[in-house]
Design a protein around this ligand. Structure first.
Ligand code: FES
Length: 91
């Protein structure tokens, strides 16, 4: 039997000091809340990481290997809804 696409995505948020100051902790809390609210905890692994060496540009995070920079927590949360919550909900 062929395997479909992997069930689990990994979302990694930088918790280094520059991203922390811009709201990375709030982003992690909100991502976590959204996963709980939508019952998607088993489909998305949420992790923190040390500095991703892209400081100063915003809050840095990854969806699997894709690097993302959001200028503030609201922008990160909107993108998370668009790229993670909506597609997984419609699976
Ligand atoms: S602190 Fe986040 S990229 Fe450096």
């Amino acid at each position: 039997m062929k395997e479909g696409k992997p069930l689990r995505l990994t979302v990694t948020v930088c918790v280094g000091s520059s991203c922390h100051i811009k709201g990375a902790r709030e982003v992690i809390n909100q991502f976590n809340q959204l996963l709980n609210d939508n019952d998607l905890q088993d489909k998305v692994e949420l992790k923190g990481s040390f500095c991703m060496e892209r400081c100063g540009k915003g809050i840095n995070w990854h969806i699997d290997e894709e690097p993302i920079t959001s200028s503030n927590s609201e922008e990160a949360i909107e993108l998370f809804k668009e790229k993670i919550i909506r597609p997984l909900k419609s699976d």
